[in-house]
Ligand binder design. Structure first.
Ligand code: ADP
Length: 247
């Protein structure tokens, strides 16, 4: 049974670093089945908000509700277990391990299995190979992760996140540093996963890509959301143009 209401609801969340208010009484809603974008200038608090949602940092105040359950005080791996997955701005693969070993590295509780990746079950390895197929990298399964291009490594990280069957995936700059020839594959994979029922929240600086892929788009400035709407509307919003797209 599906819990009624949005999949993710951030309400009045704040985070300070000393005297700096990085996230300021922010609200954000992610509807089930959407590919929701979070855009905004550098330093506007997007990555900090991601860290608060995933539990990599504690909130100072406010509530975060995922699937009808309050999560803002839960440990990151507990949130992972509930169906919240994320990728990082800079990939965190084990470069000397194979691609397949990297995909099976996350344990069900969200921690990484570093030393025992050789000892994975046949079932897990088969699932990891399937997921590498989903991201179009099946033929690289037994290659060292460090030998792949940066964009391919980002796709490996996506397969790694998928091992835990998340309902919501937070993507931190998925297109950053990715070779243009791989961008089409990346957006294609995100769309396919979305069709299969995965919801996404995406922080991304490539605005044309965001406007093409995401709906709705939330615009952050100085720690909170200043505009939200479908991409066609955001593209023409004078407040957005002034705060962000114009500079
Ligand atoms: P964005 O992802 O939108 O570029 P960030 O969330 O990274 O913005 O940063 C928001 C603000 O918080 C910036 O001024 C940044 O310098 C500051 N900040 C982020 N993380 C930390 C931290 N761990 N300690 C101190 N200041 C931080």
């Amino acid at each position: 049974p599906v819990t009624p209401g949005p999949l993710l609801e951030v309400r009045g969340v704040s985070k300070r670093f000393g005297g700096l208010v990085a996230v300021d009484n922010a609200d954000l809603t992610v509807e089930r089945g959407s590919i929701t974008a979070l855009i905004g200038p550098n330093g506007s608090g997007k990555t900090t908000l991601f860290n608060l949602i995933t539990g990599n940092m504690p909130v100072d105040s406010g509530t975060i509700t995922f699937n009808g359950k309050r999560i803002e005080k839960l440990a990151p791996w507990t949130r992972g277990h509930l169906g919240l997955g994320r990728t990082f701005q800079v990939t965190r693969l084990f470069k000397d391990m194979t691609v397949l070993q990297n995909v099976v590295a996350p344990l069900p509780d969200g921690r990484l299995r570093t030393m025992f990746a050789d000892a994975v079950s046949g079932h897990e390895a088969a699932r990891a190979r399937d997921l590498l197929g989903v991201v179009g990298l099946a033929r690289f399964a037994d290659q060292r992760a460090g030998e792949l291009s940066y964009g391919q490594q980002k796709l490996v990280e996506l397969a790694q996140v998928l091992m835990l069957s998340p309902e919501l995936i937070l993507l931190d700059e998925p297109a950053g540093g990715v070779n243009p020839s791989l961008l089409g594959r990346l957006t294609g994979v995100i769309r396919e996963l979305n069709q299969a029922g995965v919801t996404f929240l995406v922080v991304e600086h490539n605005i044309p890509l965001v406007l093409d892929l995401c709906d709705p788009v939330h615009v952050f400035a100085r720690g909170s959301c200043i505009a939200s709407g479908p991409p066609q509307q955001i593209r023409e919003d004078p407040v957005v143009l002034d705060a962000y797209l114009g500079d």
